[in-house]
Design a protein. Sequence first.
Length: 217
Amino acid sequence: MMGRTNYIFAIVLGLTVAGCQSVPVVPTLPPSAADAPPAAGSWRATATDPDKERIRGWYASWEAALADARAKGHGADIDREGVLLQPMAALPNAFLPAGDYRCRTVKVGAKGRGGLSYIAYDWFRCRVAPEQGLSSLTKLSGSQRPVGLIFPDNLKRQIFLGTLELGDEKMAVNYGSDRMRDMAGAIERIGENRWRLVLPAPAYESLLDVIELVPAS
């Protein structure tokens, strides 16, 4: 049976799953003379153009989110989170091992008038598992549930590409089929057995989402 992340990425990655060969729908553009072509299966070959832009602009998104939250009286909340909300806190060896995790989301900066500039949610359940030669990350509980694949990038970060499940939905939409559901960000290690998924410029509510991950046991 096709797994959840197999399903949302089967078309994008052009994989053969459950005996059905899929066709890639995210074209790779001809590289410029100065750029090497992205390796097949790499995050750059898989990500949509808007998601590449989100990842390129991660620091500007983070600075704007912190500025908005501090200007609206949440400086103490931000400082209380310590390294979790410090943009340059990533440590070497970002690899996120397979297993069950406790995870909680902190939303920083308001998108539009009337939104909350800071909110920290309680702990939910997440899972990391081997999949398609990479790893998958799935938020198992809560009303907003990222699900997607983790791609290697550099010593201090991995790249997450996925989609957002909402409410009582049982299956995520295909990555690349709905810009409002697509998610892109960086997984970084910020301590011993402590990681974060940084999602710059999410489609809903906030300017920055940061999901803290710690092993469940």
